[in-house]
Write a new protein. Structure first.
Ligand SMILES: *Cc1c(COP(=O)(O)O)cnc(C)c1O
Length: 441
């Protein structure tokens, strides 16, 4: 008897998630508190999560997933690692917020400065958005200039002047990407092309003496994963030196992820200011910005550039963040372990696509990785957006059915954590193969 082999996936029961999403949509815009969680770009309904532990997430219907979102970056050690949980339990005994200085703030500031040598002083805030916004203000206050350069495809949070898309060419005034962002706000944001130093030079010479800062993700993680090229980032540094422009590295994602000292350690470049978030909070809402003493001393109350926060330096958040960074300091082999796991996954994915006769671009720096649904190499925004996002959506759902939780959008990073086991990685590689076959790439 010949039995035709049919692959049958466990079709998940996600009834409770569906119900909760219906309820949520009535009271929360789009049913979520941050847009990309809503599965809009892949279709379908988001899962409501009830629990996270090590490499796994559990939804309200009891399904288990191997998680590669890691709360969008913070979970370098997987979900709920014992040393962070313990730090939080100890801290909560003493209260939740004081609105006054606490000792952990000083300890974490010193620890950040010791791990990231370009940071001479640091201010803690509550999110990456807040940190990026404050770094731009610091650069403007320091230079007395208004304009700044950002790169197409880089994300720096949702402050008005970051939500700008290219107009007709990089030299024209920015056009707001979102309603609610004014033309006035957009006009001080100048857009350059990632990994294209000439686009930067053109803007600089057309705006002589008017540019306060250049802000960049040294490893872009919000257009998939795209690293800045070596000569490009070196030239950026020297242009900023020549023109007295403040170079800001947005390391909200890459900071403490690709190395203890972030992308700047790998690239051997010292930015003037660095923006942090995600891992720095150990899973709690934390951001930070820091850098050169002469710039940071301009921040209130030591200087006139105003910046404040009721819950900034919150003791619980500092306890979690300090536990995370301290673990990194005490275990420098964390990045070796992450590299081994991540390169194993990458190798598996590459073997899969080769055996299927396709050649999708896979970009990876340490434990940040992205497979683009395009066969052309991806090294900037324009090449990234050549990806077939409809196909990504199908792939995403096939992976989900097999218990692999990836970001519900093509242009996001896949994060490997120290908690991913060899078994997790093998299951993921197998699911990757089956998923690509199922969608008939
Ligand atoms: C996530 C992210 C931000 C924004 O951080 P939030 O905490 O979400 O406000 C800024 N920059 C980069 C590079 C990010 O990845």
């Amino acid at each position: 008897m010949i039995v035709k082999k049919v692959i049958i996936y466990n079709i998940m029961n996600i009834e409770k998630s569906k119900q909760l999403f219906e309820e949520a949509k009535k009271i929360i815009p789009g049913g979520v508190n941050s847009p990309v969680r809503a599965f809009k770009s892949v279709g379908g309904d988001p899962l409501f999560i009830s629990r996270g532990s090590t490499s796994k997430l559990y939804d309200v219907d009891g399904n288990e997933y191997i998680d590669y979102i890691g709360s969008w970056g913070p979970h370098l050690f997987g979900h709920n690692p014992p040393f962070i949980k313990e730090a939080l339990l100890n801290s909560i005994e003493n209260g939740t917020s004081f609105g006054a200085p606490n000792e952990t703030e000083v300890k974490i500031a010193n620890l950040i400065a010791s791990l990231v040598p370009s940071v001479e002083m640091v201010r803690m805030v509550n999110s990456g958005t807040e940190a990026a916004m404050s770094a731009i203000r610091a650069a403007r206050g320091f230079t007395g200039r208004d304009k700044f350069i950002k790169f197409e495809g880089c994300y720096h949070g949702h402050a008005d002047y970051f939500l700008i898309k290219a107009g007709s060419g990089a030299l024209t005034l920015g056009v707001p990407t979102s309603p609610g962002v004014t033309k006035g706000n957009a006009s001080d944001t100048l857009l350059a092309d990632y990994n294209d130093i000439d686009s930067v030079k053109k803007i600089i010479s057309a705006n002589k003496g008017e540019i306060a800062a250049i802000i960049i993700e040294p490893i872009a993680g919000n257009m998939g994963v795209v690293a800045a090229k070596d000569d490009f980032i070196k030239e950026l540094r020297s242009i900023c030196d020549e023109e007295n422009v403040v170079l800001i590295f947005d390391e909200v994602m890459s900071g403490f992820r690709v190395a203890a000292g972030g992308a700047q350690e790998l690239m051997k470049i010292k930015p003037d200011l660095t923006v942090f978030g995600k891992i720095i909070g150990g899973g709690l809402p934390v951001g930070a910005f820091g850098g050169k003493r002469e710039i940071m001393e301009r921040i209130a109350p030591s200087g006139p550039v105003y910046q404040a926060g009721t819950l900034s330096g919150n003791p619980l958040a500092m306890a979690a963040g300090y536990a995370a960074l301290n673990f990194i300091k005490d275990n420098p082999d964390v990045y070796k372990v992450l590299e081994e796991k991540s390169s194993y996954l990458e190798k598996g994915f590459k073997e899969n696509i080769r055996s299927l006769g396709i050649n999708y671009a896979i970009n990876r720096v340490g434990s940040m990785m992205c497979m683009f649904f395009t066969e052309e190499p991806v090294d900037d925004f324009k090449s990234a957006v050549k990806s077939d996002t409809v196909l990504y959506g199908k792939y995403f759902h096939e992976m989900l059915k097999q218990g692999i939780y990836l970001a519900p959008a093509q242009f996001e990073a896949l994060f490997v954590s120290t908690a991913h086991s060899k078994d997790d990685l093998d299951k993921t590689i197998k699911a990757h193969y089956e998923s690509l076959r199922a969608i008939k790439v």
